[in-house]
Design a protein around this ligand. Structure first.
Ligand code: GDP
Ligand code: CA
Length: 335
């Protein structure tokens, strides 16, 4: 049986995985999910990317939105607002809250996040083995101008840090500020002291193929690779590593990946992201037909590259992308 390991963020990773499951129904798929987006709100532990993966693969996702539950209501959020309890910028739905309550209670009882995730997946049956990248607390922070922290208006609540800069939680930057203020740096706080969750290193070592879906290269896949041991397990694996570009024609298909790429000094185009990962990490890279002229540049960098349709417009288109990724992996293996 083919063992496929996928490093995934939320929406891009989850949608790709649906296609991969259809393309390789017999494969054993292990997903290493980003937990750098995790946040504590109202005493609840929220893991946005793990939940997006679980709901998407388990049939509970809000399809159009791409995150959160289908048929969601927001009564609790409204009641909290009536008490003047913030933050209001985070979309905490009633159905979703049940997931966070179960998770928070299990964590308080002493279960590691990996065990909690497995328990939540017993309900959702995502058809893949879903592992958090780590059981340790890692939180992505974004360095912005202190004056921009309130959304670009006056004041801000404390210009601490060098040059009037401060770090805010990734969710605050992404959801509250909508990535509209310049980001000067991305810091996966706690990553240096974290270790891979149980099963992560083992899965990478035993993999036949490792895939980077079209997930955010900085705050999804970059964060997973920042956990000491994971990058080494990917580069040290005998398996071909193939990635799919989340950028088409010099822009993210959705979201604001260009903003976080700028923060780490990488241009927002398919070839620059491939070079950022580099040939140590990547054996193969898929770009969209619009970016076909990037193929020679990527190949010159030592990464096999093909231009194929990369829009996840539906199950069949996404499955075709997954087949192309697996075919490129086979090409690498045979080379
Ligand atoms: P997040 O955690 O929810 O932000 O999701 P990911 O990190 O897994 O994926 C986000 C990335 O998916 C964005 O940079 C998008 O450009 C990319 N993306 C979304 N839809 C598509 C698509 O149809 N095709 C490609 N190639 N990328 C996509
Ligand atoms: Ca995410």
């Amino acid at each position: 049986m083919q063992r496929i390991v996928v490093l995934a963020g939320g929406i891009g990773g989850a949608r790709f995985l649906r296609g991969l499951k259809a393309a390789a129904p017999e494969a054993e798929i292990t997903v290493i999910g980003n937990t750098g987006d995790d946040i504590h709100l109202f005493g609840l532990k929220i893991c946005p990317d793990l939940d997006t993966l679980m709901y998407t693969l388990g049939g509970g996702i809000h399809e159009e939105q791409g995150w959160g539950r289908a048929g969601e209501t927001f009564a609790v959020k409204e009641e909290l607002a009536a008490y003047g309890m913030g933050p209001q910028w985070f979309g905490l739905g009633d159905r979703d809250i049940a997931t966070h309550l179960v998770r928070t209670r299990m964590l308080a009882a002493g279960y590691p996040l990996s065990a909690v995730t497995e328990a939540l997946c017993a309900r959702w049956r995502p058809g893949v083995r879903l592992l958090p990248m780590t059981d340790d607390r890692v939180e992505t922070h974004v360095v912005i101008d202190a004056a921009a922290a309130d959304g670009g208006g006056s004041g801000g609540d404390g210009g601490d840090g060098e040059g009037g800069r401060r770090a805010v939680h990734f969710q605050e930057y992404w959801v509250r500020l909508r990535a509209r203020v310049p980001a000067h740096g991305i810091v996966p706080v706690g990553a240096e002291a974290a270790s891979p969750a149980p099963g992560v290193s083992e899965a990478l070592a035993a993999a036949d193929v490792i895939l980077f879906p079209p997930s955010n290269p900085v705050v999804s896949i970059g964060t997973i690779l920042a956990v000491p041991g994971i990058r080494e397990a990917v580069t040290g694996s005998a398996a071909p590593v193939v990635g799919l570009s989340p950028l088409i024609g010099g822009a993210p298909v959705r979201g604001m990946a260009d903003k976080v790429l700028a923060a780490i000094g990488v241009a927002a185009d398919a070839a620059s992201v491939a070079r950022h990962y580099g040939p140590e990490l990547l054996d193969g890279w898929l770009v969209a037909p619009q970016d076909a002229d990037a193929v020679p540049e990527v190949e010159k960098a030592g990464i096999r590259c093909r231009a194929v349709p990369l829009l996840m417009t539906g199950q069949e288109a996404t499955a075709a992308m997954a087949r192309e990724a697996l075919a490129l992996a086979e090409e690498v293996r045979a080379a």
